[in-house]
Design a protein around this ligand. Structure first.
Ligand code: ADP
Length: 273
């Protein structure tokens, strides 16, 4: 059996996905990017193959993507995360949903991608200037509230009051605002719900730049946060599709592309001979 890998080197996490000859996802791994992207990406790929008992020689094509994609010199090819995200989202949703709009919230940026009915990218908008609508903001909020980032979702649903308004548009000021709210005896749960609604409002503004078309897919690490998902759905007034593994959509897309590129190379080589 031959295997194809996609490596998404994000600002916060490295995601590795592996597909087989029938483009089925056979494994994935998520690890922190740290400061040495290249070293950790290589290590992560090696560890995933070992965990799946797959021989390195059976990995025949690798595509890198994401912020640090060009640093991974062993890749056979690299592609933009917008393209990889679109391919991964369409494949992950499969027959369940025809994806027309992707919302991606990453560690340090957020994106909205618009697709046509064939799954091609027709437009995208990105916010990489401000941490307020990103995973980094959620990490800082969790730290200030003495929570882990994966506890924010559950915490949101314990909020009994109206979600608090977080008015600061800058992450640094929002952090001070949150500390102020804590000082005024507001509950951690109401603050968390308020933070989710403030991110939801920001991200919807971004989506409006490309147009909101139904068949909405939400991915990136923060899509694991059920409270944030709920806030975005509520603000949009529309249901959104969350895949089983939202954080690995882009690496999955890169792995599918690795499969396609390999097939293309083989076919063209045969035709040349
Ligand atoms: P990037 O591709 O930019 O590195 P990711 O899509 O990997 O970003 O998202 C990283 C962010 O996801 C983190 O900053 C964190 O806020 C969030 N995150 C990661 N794991 C979880 C989890 N289990 N629950 C909620 N949020 C999470």
């Amino acid at each position: 059996m031959k295997y194809f890998a996609g490596i998404d080197i994000g600002s916060t996490a490295i995601k590795v996905a592996l597909v087989d000859e029938s483009k089925q996802l056979v494994g994935h791994k998520i690890s922190a990017s740290g400061s040495m992207f290249y070293k950790y990406a290589k290590q992560s790929l090696k560890e995933m193959l070992e965990e799946l008992s797959i021989d390195e020689k059976d990995l025949v094509y690798t595509v890198s993507t994401g912020y640090g994609r060009k640093l991974f010199k062993e890749a056979d090819e690299n592609i933009s995360e917008i393209t990889a995200n679109a391919i991964g989202a369409v494949a992950a949703a499969g027959q369940n949903c025809e994806i027309k709009t992707i919302i991606n919230i990453g560690g340090q940026d957020s994106k909205a991608i618009s697709l046509d009915s064939e799954g091609n990218v027709v437009n995208f908008a990105m916010n990489d200037r401000c941490a307020a609508g990103t995973g980094k903001f959620l990490d800082v909020v969790a730290m200030n509230l003495e929570l882990e980032v994966d506890e924010l979702g559950e915490c949101h649903f314990k909020s009994e009051g109206t979600p608090l308004a977080i008015n600061s548009t800058c992450a640094v000021f929002a952090e001070s605002e949150i500390i102020g709210l804590l000082g005024n005896n507001h509950s951690v749960e109401d603050i968390v719900a308020g933070v989710h609604y403030s991110i939801a409002k920001r991200v919807i503004k971004l989506v409006k730049r490309v147009g909101i078309k139904e068949g909405i897919y939400f991915d990136g690490g923060p899509a694991l946060n059920g409270g944030l998902v709920y806030a975005i759905e509520n603000e949009l007034g529309k249901e959104i599709f969350i895949p089983e593994f939202p954080q690995i959509t882009t690496s999955y897309g890169a792995a599918i592309l690795a499969h396609e590129s390999y097939e293309y190379e083989i076919t063209n080589k045969d035709e040349d001979n």
